[in-house]
Write a protein that binds this ligand. Sequence first.
Ligand code: NI
Length: 130
Amino acid sequence: MEKGLLERFEGLIRRHGYTNRSEAIRDLIRQELVKYEWTEQKNISVVGAISIVYNHHKRDLLNKITAVQHKFYDIIISSQHIHLDHDNCFEVILIRGNPGKAHLLADTLRATKGIKHVSINMSSTGRDID
Ligand code: NI
């Protein structure tokens, strides 16, 4: 490995508090395997969370968000709604199931006018990453 690259990696390891290099490499490999599950694997089950921020005063938005979630009921485990302030809501939707469908749910929410922010946290059932 190039010296500069290795030095930058060592810096990253220290910043993240790893006690040794192989622990950091192990985490990177797992991260890549989870990414692979979410992007390349078609017939497996993944877990994750989609979080959204929106203004609940926006006309019809609550209905739209509910309708989208009903459309994807088979991959939604639960959702939690937090009232951030007078106008803004934060909702976390926990998902388990087909990764393609999970991406489609996130994309559908992204395309819903009025939602300010959508983020997806891609995790794994852990079955295929040791
Ligand atoms: Ni709210």
